[in-house]
Design a protein around this ligand. Structure first.
Ligand SMILES: O=C(O)CCC(=O)C(=O)O
Length: 255
């Protein structure tokens, strides 16, 4: 699900774009549902799970989960999600944020001996409109997920890029990458769906604020991805070994 070329690209840059990931039908479906959505002032954020079952299906998209299993391990979990709707008329707070070991060390990127990739929080962003050079939207400093100097350049630094994309492209980036948003300037609206995933031991967002999404889950995989963070699954009365990996549940996460 992730080729050596993909791994090399992600390792080098801290992000990767899978082109033409969503079908025209899916893009159309999502945009139709989101037609009347408005992003919050200053950030463009909105919530979407309550709007249609399509967004839960996208959370458990088989190809995405296959890629994420390589990046986060089989025991990955969904952490949180939001949509972004930006127009050229509504100003947003332009910014760069995140980076290696930021947010209580929950943003990490590391390779272990044996060529296994380890990630903390990851973002998966479905782009629902074209992004041409200079349009604004997602920005990042490629390679900054491996930076050794605690330094945050300005969001208009020459080190910052604003990648071009087409509707239906999928952008995946590690939160260890210094990234952010730039003012949207194109005539069309910017609409993106951002899903965040974590290794099964980690919650970035307070689970009390996320668990209500379980009411929208309709499949076992969706419910499994929405579980709280944990690894051990035993109590003191059972004879399982301490720290045993919960293989019974792991086998249910299928890409
Ligand atoms: O896509 C964007 O504009 C930025 C997204 C972002 O900063 C984030 O998800 O942390």
């Amino acid at each position: 699900m992730m080729t050596t070329d993909d791994l090399y690209e992600f390792d080098l840059n801290g992000y990767i774009i899978y082109r033409n990931f969503l079908s025209t039908r899916d893009i159309h479906r999502a945009l139709t549902i989101l037609k009347n959505c408005h992003g919050a002032k200053g950030s463009g954020k909105f919530s979407f799970f309550e709007l249609d079952s399509f967004f839960m299906e996208l959370m458990a998209h088989p190809r995405t989960i296959g890629i994420l299993k390589i990046m986060l391990g089989d025991w990955l979990r969904f952490d949180h999600a939001f949509g972004l709707k930006m127009t050229k008329k509504e100003p947003i707070h332009e910014n760069l944020h995140a980076g290696p070991l930021q947010n209580q060390r929950s943003f990490w990127y590391q390779w272990a001996p044996g060529q296994i990739m380890h990630n903390g929080l990851l973002k998966v962003s479905y782009t629902l409109n074209d992004v041409h050079p200079g349009d604004g939207g997602f920005i990042c400093i490629p390679g900054s997920h491996k930076a050794n100097i605690a330094h945050r350049p300005n969001h208009d630094s020459h080190l910052v890029i604003n990648p071009s994309m087409q509707a239906g492209d999928l952008l995946i980036f590690t939160e260890a990458l210094v990234h952010g948003s730039r003012q949207w300037t194109a005539n069309c609206d910017r609409t993106a769906l951002i899903y965040s995933y974590a290794p099964g031991c980690l919650a970035w967002k307070n689970y009390d604020l996320v668990k209500h999404n379980l009411q929208f889950a309709t499949t076992e995989l969706q419910r499994d991805l929405l579980r709280p963070p944990f690894v051990g699954n035993y109590d003191e009365h059972t004879l399982q070994h301490t720290g045993e990996w919960p293989t019974d549940r792991r086998s249910k996460i299928r890409g």
